[in-house]
Ligand binder design. Structure first.
Ligand SMILES: [Zn+2]
Length: 125
C-alpha cells in the first residue's frame, strides 16, 4: 500500500483564527468584516497549501479563485436551527455565506448571528 502524503496541519492558533474570523462576521455582519473573514480564511488555506479546511460548523474550500463555505448540516424549513430566526424576514440576522449553484437547485450556506451555520437547498420558483 502506498504511503499517503504528509500534509502540514494548521496549528490550533490558525484554526482559532479562522473560527474567529467567521464568528466576527456573523456577529458584526458588515461588508468589511465579510472581506476580513474571506481574507483570513484564504490566507490560512494558502499558508498550508490546503484546498479544504475543516472547521467546527462548516468546511471552507477553494472553488477556482473563490472561496466556498460548505455547511455540515442542512435544514428544510425557514428558521435558524439555533435560535429560530426567520431566514427571509427583512431584519433577519441570518446572512448568506456562500452559494453553490447547481443545474436544478442551489445549495445556499447561511450563517446566523447566534453562530449557527447551515445549508439549505433552494430551488428556483
Ligand atoms: Zn440563529
Amino acid at each position: 500500500m502506498k504511503k499517503s502524503n504528509v500534509y502540514l496541519y494548521p496549528t490550533t492558533e490558525d484554526r482559532n483564527c479562522a473560527e474567529t474570523a467567521l464568528e466576527v462576521f456573523l456577529t458584526v455582519q458588515s461588508g468589511t468584516s465579510r472581506l476580513a473573514m474571506l481574507g483570513a480564511l484564504k490566507g490560512i488555506l494558502k499558508k498550508y497549501r490546503l484546498s479544504k479546511l475543516n472547521l467546527v460548523n462548516c468546511t471552507v474550500e477553494f472553488s477556482g479563485s473563490d472561496l466556498a463555505i460548505k455547511p455540515k448540516r442542512f435544514i428544510k424549513d425557514r428558521t435558524c436551527p439555533g435560535c429560530k430566526e426567520d431566514l427571509y424576514s427583512i431584519k433577519s440576522k441570518v446572512r448568506i455565506l456562500s452559494i453553490c449553484e447547481g443545474s436544478f437547485s442551489d445549495i445556499v450556506t447561511y450563517g446566523c448571528q447566534c453562530g449557527e451555520i447551515f445549508g439549505k437547498v433552494e430551488s428556483p420558483q
